[in-house]
Design a protein around this ligand. Structure first.
Ligand code: COA
Length: 453
């Protein structure tokens, strides 16, 4: 025997007009007493409203976005007579006809701490990325229409991380999804290149990335292969670079600086100091020139912090250093207060420390802006990825002697290509072009640096 019942929002304390963020049942579902019907989320808490009875849902009377208070009608249901007579919680009265009664909602604070599944700071790579082989994309944990069993705090955790709980394989009692299940799901998704909670073919409404699974190829079918684990540096920097490339709206501006006189100056100074072994590098001049440009354009010496822009009054310049194990980014602190020789010596010492694998987190933290020089190798231009939370990075390639028109004739000049990638949320193209013109002027005539305040 069944009994037709209306199920209402029970007493939810001081909460009124609380938005529905998830409807967990649909008409025809069979639900058990205590299973959640909807999830409500106020600015202070997330709560599941459970069914007081076991039975079949006849009609769902709410939808996502509705605002509910105590007494709002949620569903009508055909409750099994036994269950209707003996609701799950003894203090929750049966709800025949229009009595608003149900078990107490299960509440979770919305600020439940989330723990990212991958390291997110290049400056503090404290969380090692798992070295296990990439897991296959987890198959949906539930058949279509199946119900998810998870507490509000887990639902909140999953929502924060953009995970669709229906795709998470539960390991808890009675098929409940645990926090660890959500974390494991994200980890597997990251390793396979899939965005958590998104099936690859799902159409995007603009809220996420619908990436295809990473191609699985049996390379050995095509020829001899050797598989080597990625170095720890590559795993960490790869995760950071992927995030930065995806999250930051990058634009790269290109320009050129005439460094004929600067290079002649550098060579002259180096030959003067040959005996002492003090050597000036182009990198040291670039770092000094960047400090000057950062002073002139403080938006480049800033970081986004939510809706604020944090302007830095210090000038710590990072530089990309190539090592046998991958790319690292040590930082020269207070480059504005250091001379060219000190900067060159410090960069050389940090680059050596990097190659020896001895850089510590302190050597790589606090950078304001990064210089990535491929000048010792070659190239005519590239589009470097910004080292978050910085807002720009200068890429430099190999200077070449080119014919330059001086108004009367072509003259041979040493031209240095400059590539500035910048975050379009903070900077715009005009500012980027001005930044490069400033660099161009300083590098074209280094005496101008003395004009800085
Ligand atoms: N144009 C022409 N020649 C250049 C040059 C440029 N832009 N920059 C450097 N050179 C020359 C120098 O004159 C130097 O010759 P020298 O010994 O006669 O003075 C030679 O190239 C070697 O320079 P390099 O080894 O690059 O030293 P550096 O001080 O210029 O750079 C590092 C040091 C750490 C930046 C560099 O070793 C490095 O690791 N670069 C790679 C950066 C990187 O990985 N970027 C990431 C790209 S994704």
């Amino acid at each position: 025997m069944t009994q037709a019942l209306e199920i209402f929002v029970p007493d939810i304390g001081d909460y009124n007009d609380v938005p529905v963020i998830e409807v967990l049942v649909q008409a025809g579902d069979s639900i058990r007493a205590d299973e959640p019907i909807v999830t409500l989320e106020s600015d202070k808490a997330t709560m599941d409203v459970p069914s007081p009875h076991t039975g079949i849902v006849r009609e769902v009377r709410v939808k996502v976005g509705d605002r509910l208070s105590k007494g709002s009608l949620l569903i009508t249901m055909d409750a099994s007579a036994d269950a209707a007579a003996a609701p799950a919680q003894t203090d929750a009265p049966t709800a025949p006809a229009s009595t608003p009664a149900a078990p107490a909602p299960v509440v979770a604070a919305p600020s439940a701490p989330s723990s990212p599944a991958v390291p997110v700071s290049s400056s503090a790579p404290a969380v090692p990325v798992s070295s296990s082989a990439p897991a296959a994309v987890p198959a949906p944990a539930l058949p279509a229409g199946g119900k998810v069993h998870a507490s509000p705090s887990i639902r909140h955790y999953a929502r924060e991380l953009g995970v669709d709980l229906a795709t998470v394989r539960p390991s808890g009692r009675n098929g409940r999804i645990t926090r660890e299940d959500v974390s494991a799901h994200i980890k597997a998704s990251m390793q396979s290149g899939i965005v958590p909670g998104k099936t690859p073919a799902a159409a995007s409404a603009g809220s996420g990335l619908d990436l295809l699974p990473w191609p699985k190829v049996d390379f050995a079918k095509f020829g001899p292969v050797e598989s080597m684990p990625l170095s720890r540096i590559k795993k960490i920097s790869g995760a950071n670079l992927s995030r930065n490339a995806i999250v930051i709206p990058h634009v790269t501006n290109f320009d050129e600086a005439d460094i004929t006189d600067l290079e002649a100056f550098r060579i002259a100074l180096n030959s003067e100091n040959e005996k002492s072994g003090k050597k000036l590098t182009m990198l040291a001049f670039l770092i000094k020139a960047c400090v000057s440009a950062l002073k002139a354009f403080p938006e480049f010496n800033a970081s986004l912090d939510g809706e604020n822009l944090v302007y830095k009054r210090y000038f710590h310049i990072a530089f990309a250093a190539d090592t046998p194990n991958g790319l690292v980014v040590p930082v020269i602190r207070d480059a504005d207060r250091k001379g060219l020789h000190d900067i060159a010596a410090e960069a050389a010492a940090l680059a050596k420390k990097a190659r020896d694998g001895k850089l510590g987190p302190a050597d790589m933290s606090g950078g304001c802006f990064t210089v990535s020089s491929l000048g010792g190798i070659g190239g005519t231009g590239f589009t470097p990825i910004i080292n978050a939370p910085e807002v720009a990075i200068l890429g430099v390639t190999r200077a070449q002697t080119k014919p330059v028109w001086d108004g009367k004739q072509f003259v041979p000049r040493l031209i240095l290509p400059l590539c500035l990638s910048w975050d379009h949320r903070v900077v715009d193209g005009v500012l980027a072009a001005r930044f490069l013109v400033h660099l161009q002027r300083i590098l074209g005539d280094f005496r101008r640096i003395s004009l800085d305040g």
